[in-house]
Design a protein around this ligand. Structure first.
Ligand SMILES: [Zn+2]
Ligand SMILES: [Zn+2]
Length: 553
C-alpha cells in the first residue's frame, strides 16, 4: 500500500461498484477505517446458493483498525453481509433503528447473541464520532423506512454518501427528504459526493409512492373478488398505504410469505403501521373470508419458486387457492434476468382465470426507489461537490452517471470499481492501488467453495458417470465394470449403449496400458476415466464428469 500524507483519505470499495448489490465501502484514514454498508447480492443461477457476500479479506487483515460499520438503510444489499463480516471482525455497527431491527433478524438467524454485539442506533441530524470520522445521517426518501445519506467529516474534507435515494415529494410515511440539510452542507463545501447510479438510464423523475397508492386504490375499488398484491415487502411506505386502502374498501388483509410477515411485524413493533388488530386475517382462515372482503399481500414478485406468489400461481399454496375473477396486482418491477420466469408465473395465473395487472398493463402500480436523471441532477446541484464518484451500479451505470455529471459541469469525476483504491487528497481524485476483492457464495450461512460451484456447473452441463472396477494387483478386471450415469443416458432405455460403454472401459484396461506391473489406483482411474468419457462423448456429444472407484478384494 502506498504511503500517503496524513491529510489524505482512501476509499476502498469492496462491493457495489461495477455491480448492483452487495454494497460495501471502506473509508480509510491513517488512524482507522469506517465501513459504509455491508450487503449481499442474490444469485442469477440455480446452483444452490442463497446469497453472495463480499470477500472481506481486506477488512479481516485490518480488523484492529476498523472503528465501525455504518448502515444507510435496511435493504439486503446494504445489511445482509453483516453476519459474515462480524464473524471475522468483532466491530461496532451503527444503523438507523429500522435497518438495525432488520439486521438483528439476520444476526440472530446466523446464531449471534445480540447482547454480545456492539449495536448502536443512529438518528438524522446528529453527529457520531466513529474512529477517524464524524458521521451525520441525513434523511432521504427511498423504498424503505428511515433511509439515510451520510455526511462523513474526514481528515480530507466532507464527503457526502447519498445511500440509495429518490426525491419523493409526498412520502406516505411523512418523513420528508432533508433537502435543506443537503443544501446547507453544500454551502459549507463538500470535498466529494458518492451518489446512487441505479436509475441513470431513466428519464425525468421516479414519481411518488403516493401515485402507486392511488393506482392500487382504484384497482381494489372496482375489483369484484379477491385482490392479491405482490410487492417487495420491505417497502413499508407501500404497506402503510395498502393498510389504508384495505380499510377504505372494507377488506381484511392476509399476509402470505415469510418476508411479508417479517416486515409487517417489525414495522408494527416500531409503531409505523398502526393497523387495527382486526385488520389482519391469519393465513389458516383466509380461504373462508368472502372474496370481496379480502386483500392479500404476498411475497415473491420475481417468481421465486418457494415464494407465496409462485405457489398461488401453480395452485400449490397450502393456505389459499385462487378462483376465476380474482385480481392479482404485481406492484413491482421485474429485476433484469427474471423476465421469463415472471411471464411464466403470469401465464399460470391467467390459466386459472385470474386477472393480472402489472407494471406492463398499469405503469402506475409501481415506482422505483432510486433517483431518475432529473433527481440525480438535483442531488449534484444541492451538494455541489469538488469531486464526484458514482456508486451503486454496474460499470455501465457508473460510466453513464459520470458522463452525466461531466455534462452538468462537474469538474473532477472518477469511475472506480470494486478493488480500486481511490485517494482523496489535495488534488484531483486518483486511483493509487488495487486490492483483491471478490464474492463469496453461501448456503444457509456457510461458504460454498469455488471448487464445489465449478463442479455443480459441470454436472449441470454434462452429467456424471460413476464407474466401479474390481481389479487384481496387475490392474486386471476380476468382473465386468459397473457403470451408472446421471444426466447423460437414459438408464432405462439406453441399456445397450451402457453395455457398450462398460465394454469399452474393459477393453481399455485389458491391454495392460499401465507403466508398471503393479499399477496404482490413480493410474487405473486415469485410464478408465479417459475411456468412459471418450465413449460417452461419442454417444451424447458431452464429456461427463467421471468418477471411478477401484476395489481390490
Ligand atoms: Zn435500497
Ligand atoms: Zn441498494
Amino acid at each position: 500500500m502506498s504511503t500517503l500524507p496524513s491529510s489524505a483519505l482512501r476509499l476502498v470499495p469492496l462491493g457495489g461498484l461495477g455491480e448492483i448489490g452487495m454494497n460495501c465501502l471502506a473509508v480509510e484514514a491513517d488512524d482507522g477505517i469506517v465501513v459504509v454498508d455491508c450487503g449481499v447480492t442474490f444469485p442469477q443461477t440455480d446452483l444452490g446458493i442463497d446469497v453472495f457476500h463480499p470477500d472481506f479479506s481486506y477488512l479481516e487483515e485490518r480488523r484492529s483498525r476498523i472503528a465501525g460499520v455504518v448502515i444507510t438503510h435496511g435493504h439486503e444489499d446494504h445489511i445482509g453481509g453483516l453476519p459474515y463480516l462480524l464473524r471475522c471482525a468483532d466491530v461496532p455497527v451503527w444503523a438507523p433503528a429500522h435497518a438495525m431491527n432488520l439486521a438483528k433478524e439476520r444476526l440472530v438467524e446466523r446464531g449471534f447473541e445480540l447482547r454480545q454485539l456492539k449495536l448502536n442506533t443512529i438518528v438524522p441530524r446528529t453527529r457520531y464520532k466513529i474512529g477517524p470520522l464524524s458521521v451525520e445521517p441525513v434523511r432521504v426518501t427511498h423504498s424503505i423506512l428511515e433511509a439515510c445519506a451520510l455526511i462523513l467529516r474526514t481528515p480530507a474534507g466532507t464527503i457526502v454518501h447519498t445511500g440509495d435515494f429518490k426525491f419523493d415529494p409526498t412520502p406516505p410515511d411523512g418523513e420528508h427528504m432533508d433537502v435543506e440539510r443537503l443544501k446547507q452542507v453544500g454551502d459549507e463545501g463538500v470535498r466529494l459526493l458518492l451518489s446512487d447510479s441505479t436509475n441513470i438510464d431513466a428519464p425525468a423523475s421516479s414519481g411518488s409512492e403516493k401515485l402507486v397508492g392511488e393506482a392500487i386504490d382504484k384497482l381494489v375499488q372496482d375489483a369484484p373478488a379477491r385482490v392479491i398484491v405482490g410487492l417487495f415487502s420491505s417497502n413499508v411506505q407501500r404497506l402503510i398505504m395498502l393498510g389504508e386502502i384495505a380499510q377504505r374498501h372494507r377488506r381484511r388483509i392476509c399476509l402470505l410469505g415469510r418476508s411479508a410477515n417479517t416486515h409487517v411485524r417489525i414495522a408494527t413493533q416500531m409503531e409505523r403501521l398502526g393497523w387495527p388488530s382486526d385488520l389482519l386475517v391469519p393465513s389458516e382462515s383466509v380461504q373462508a373470508v368472502p372474496r370481496s372482503s379480502l386483500l392479500v399481500l404476498a411475497s415473491g414478485t420475481q417468481a421465486e419458486p418457494v415464494a407465496a406468489m409462485w405457489r398461488m400461481a401453480t395452485r400449490s399454496h397450502p393456505a389459499l387457492a385462487l378462483d376465476p375473477g380474482d385480481r392479482v396486482i404485481l406492484s413491482s418491477r421485474i429485476i433484469p434476468g427474471n423476465d421469463p420466469a415472471v411471464l411464466r408465473m403470469i401465464g399460470h395465473l391467467l390459466r386459472q382465470g385470474v386477472e393480472v395487472r402489472s407494471r406492463i398493463t398499469d405503469p402506475e402500480v409501481h415506482v422505483s426507489g432510486h433517483a431518475h436523471r432529473d433527481e440525480q441532477r438535483r442531488m449534484l446541484e444541492l451538494v455541489r461537490p469538488q469531486s464526484f464518484v458514482p456508486v451503486h451500479g454496474t460499470l455501465h451505470h457508473l460510466h453513464r452517471h459520470a458522463q452525466f455529471a461531466r455534462s452538468l459541469g462537474q469538474p473532477d469525476v472518477l469511475v472506480a470499481e470494486n478493488g480500486d483504491v481511490v485517494e482523496v487528497g489535495a488534488g484531483p481524485l486518483r486511483k493509487i492501488d488495487e486490492v483483491a476483492v471478490g464474492k463469496v457464495a453461501t448456503y444457509d450461512g456457510e461458504e460454498i467453495s469455488d471448487d464445489v460451484l465449478r463442479e455443480r456447473e459441470s454436472l449441470g452441463r454434462t452429467g456424471i458417470a460413476v464407474v466401479t472396477l474390481v481389479v487384481d494387483v496387475r490392474g486386471q478386471l476380476l468382473s465386468p465394470p459397473l457403470l451408472s450415469t446421471r444426466g447423460v443416458l437414459d438408464a432405462g432405455e439406453d441399456k445397450d449403449l451402457m453395455r457398450g460403454a462398460a465394454l469399452e472401459i474393459a477393453q481399455a484396461l485389458s491391454g495392460r496400458p499401465f507403466a508398471s506391473e503393479r499399477p496404482t489406483d490413480e493410474q487405473i482411474i486415469e485410464v478408465a476415466q479417459r475411456a468412459v468419457r471418450r465413449n460417452l462423448d461419442g454417444i451424447s456429444g458431452r464429456r461427463p464428469v467421471a468418477v471411478v472407484h477401484v476395489v481390490r478384494p
